[in-house]
Write a protein of this length. Structure first.
Length: 228
């Protein structure tokens, strides 16, 4: 893979040095700061449970945080991807945190618990499943479930302080090749996806199958390795 011109790896590392996170998906255990529990509401360690899956839920009218807060208090692991946004206010550049994928949350639960939130919890009457439109069960589209490895990869890509992580459409991206790559350095280390040019920069595109794609911030070619 050819190296882009004017790559300054030292500057890249310095600008992103505070955006780290720890993950060990291959061991079935991960520490994800935005995957929270009711006990602390902050970073916790959780182990893979064969009876639980990552379900995608839709919270209507932008009530993702309301759903998040209720489910956290109920003791279920939840992931709400957000990103940093800078806006001008009173002549000053102000940073705020906004939801990355509008109206969407991810919960790690049994099907019974997920059904309870969707069908039996009055406080979450605005919450529904996001359905898998590419598969059918008994003639109906089932709730969309994100495979464990794919979910971990998505969290690695989106759990960052970078303002440059964004939701994208494939038509916006100029993919360099069909190769899949792994990021081996910097704040996105461990992320796997496809290399693309977006807004004039080399980035890695990560996809949640059936839902969305997100782009990392700029990644130097020296921090990428091709994988099968």
């Amino acid at each position: 893979m050819s190296t882009l011109t004017n790559v300054d790896i030292r500057s890249y590392c310095a600008e992103n040095k505070d955006a780290g996170r720890t993950s060990a998906p291959n061991e079935g255990i991960s520490i994800i700061p935005k995957a929270t529990s009711s006990q602390t509401g902050v970073s916790v360690e959780y182990a893979h449970d064969p009876n639980k899956k990552w379900y995608v839920m839709r919270a209507s009218y932008g009530r993702e945080r309301r759903a998040h807060d209720y489910i956290v208090e109920d003791g279920t692991f939840i992931y709400l991807p957000t990103h940093q946004v800078y806006k001008m206010k009173d002549g000053k550049r102000v940073r705020s945190e906004e939801v990355l994928v509008p109206n969407i949350i991810f919960i790690y639960a049994t099907r019974e618990k997920a059904d309870e939130y969707v069908k039996e919890t009055a406080q979450l009457s605005f919450l529904t499943y996001y359905y898998d439109h590419f598969n059918t069960e008994n003639g109906k589209n089932p709730p969309l479930v994100v495979p464990l490895d794919e979910m971990h990869n998505f969290m690695l890509a989106t759990n960052t302080d970078s303002e440059h992580v964004r939701l994208v459409d494939a038509s916006q991206c100029r993919f360099k090749s069909g190769d899949t790559v792994r990021v081996v350095g910097g704040p996105f280390s461990g992320v796997e996806g496809r290399v693309a040019r977006l807004a004039g920069q080399q980035r890695v595109i990560v996809t949640v199958t059936g839902l969305c794609s997100v782009a990392t911030a700029y990644i130097p070619s020296a921090f990428l390795e091709t994988i099968n």
